[in-house]
Design a protein around this ligand. Structure first.
Ligand code: ZN
Ligand code: ZN
Length: 410
């Protein structure tokens, strides 16, 4: 049995070596809350050990974030912190790698004026346009990883005594990131191969559409010509592999922007901008979202859809088998990094350019023409369950099982 600190150090090593795969003389950027400082320090140490030239930390503090939303006027949120965006873009051009540690209390901004939240999302989205394009074309290496925090752990394990909540959340983070194996780095290599094999099969099929059925769902999603399914690992412009998300269980591609028809119901709450959106149903006509209803957070969801033109359409289409470890844990994380990897999901907003052949080198107009949506937002929401069936529709109109009862049918 290794101690918690030993395990945390191994986790930091996994993030540095597999997550962003730091190369000698590379700069490393870490976005972290102050509560995750112990992990950030270990990541910094491991990054220097493999030859990083500099490690730059952007700290955030939830109490201060909340005070800002409670006290600053809306005009502050409408004007993005352009200098912060400029720094990020400059570092990306220097080929830095970006590590985001997520640990947010899902209810942090509950009760805060939703207009401030929407204004902030929009302003940051605009300021980070260039950065987002670099991320969405895999120009640089980046990863999103989790770290337990008091606020988050209390939400996930409300029935546990306070002192046991954070350790319990760490334990499931370690479990779902395959840290509880003899050699996590090798385990991740094998996992990467498994997902890549599924992606390769789907790429060969080149279905023209997927048809989803489940209670509350009857949705057809057209897939663009030459779409590309991608597994866990991605390759940056220098050909270095990285894992954009840890954990990851998904194989994903993009929707043909104007060929989505029918309705889909959420199967898990969506934690978005410090609020929970739950039990919602979205209806599409020719790709466009024409109706949205939610039992909880309907206004927040409507604001999200109204962000810009592209946020009225789907970007990503992701397949995650229900028997995946995160789903089987039965735990609701109220955090998209984890919950999206428990379930088939879709993203409102932009698609990844690399989900279409040659997309990395296409302009925004060319991508749009190919049916690949762009938006300043990208928000995953969960639709999968063990009751979901998906058929692939071939060019000649035949239906082929892709998912049955929430699991791969091939
Ligand atoms: Zn996804
Ligand atoms: Zn996504």
């Amino acid at each position: 049995m290794s101690t918690f600190n030993e395990k945390l150090e191994k986790y930091a090593e996994l993030i540095v070596k597999v997550g962003v795969n730091v190369q000698p003389d590379q700069k490393v950027v870490i976005n972290s809350s102050v509560e995750s400082a112990p992990l950030s320090r270990l990541i910094t140490k491991k990054a220097y050990e493999v030859g990083a030239s500099d490690v730059i930390i952007n700290w955030a503090d939830e109490e201060i974030t909340l005070l800002r939303y409670q006290n600053s006027p809306i005009e502050i949120f409408e004007k993005a912190a352009l200098h912060r965006a400029a720094e990020r873009i400059e570092l990306a051009h220097e080929n830095a790698v970006f590590i985001s540690i997520v640990s947010e209390n899902p209810d942090l901004l509950k009760g805060v004026d939703g207009k401030k939240i929407a204004a902030n999302q929009k302003a940051m989205g605009q300021a980070l346009e260039e950065f987002r394009q670099m991320i969405q074309s895999n120009a640089i290496s980046w990863t999103v990883v989790g770290a337990a925090s008091e606020g988050w752990a209390a939400k996930v394990f409300p029935d546990l005594p306070h002192a046991e909540q954070v350790p319990a959340l760490w334990e499931v983070i370690f479990e779902t990131t395959r840290m509880n194996t003899a050699d996590p780095i090798q385990t991740w290599k094998n996992h990467d191969e498994t997902l890549n094999n599924k992606a390769a099969y789907l790429n060969e099929q080149q279905y023209s559409a997927l048809h989803y059925t489940a209670p509350g769902t009857d949705l057809t999603i057209g897939l663009p010509k030459d779409h590309v399914w991608v597994g866990a690992g991605s390759y940056n412009k220098q050909g270095k592999e990285f894992m954009a998300n840890m954990p990851t269980e998904e194989v994903f591609s993009c929707a043909e922007k104007t060929s989505v028809n029918g309705y889909v119901s959420s199967t898990k709450p969506l934690s978005y901008a410090g609020n929970i959106i739950d039990k919602f149903k979205i209806t599409f006509k020719d790709g466009r979202i024409v109706d949205v209803v939610a039992e909880q957070g309907e206004d927040i969801l409507k604001d999200l859809v109204a962000t810009d033109e592209g946020s009225h359409y789907l970007g990503e289409v992701a397949l995650v088998p229900d028997p995946s470890p995160i789903s089987q844990s039965g735990i609701l994380f109220y955090n998209t990094l984890f919950d999206e990897n428990a379930s088939n999901h879709l993203a409102i907003g932009s698609a990844y350019a690399f989900n279409i052949k040659g997309g990395e080198d296409m302009s925004r107009e060319e991508l749009e023409k190919a049916g690949v949506n762009s938006s300043m937002t990208h928000v995953d929401f969960m639709i999968g369950s063990d009751k979901m069936n998906i058929d692939g529709i071939t060019a000649s109109g035949d239906k082929v099982p892709v998912f049955r009862n929430g699991d791969w049918a091939f």
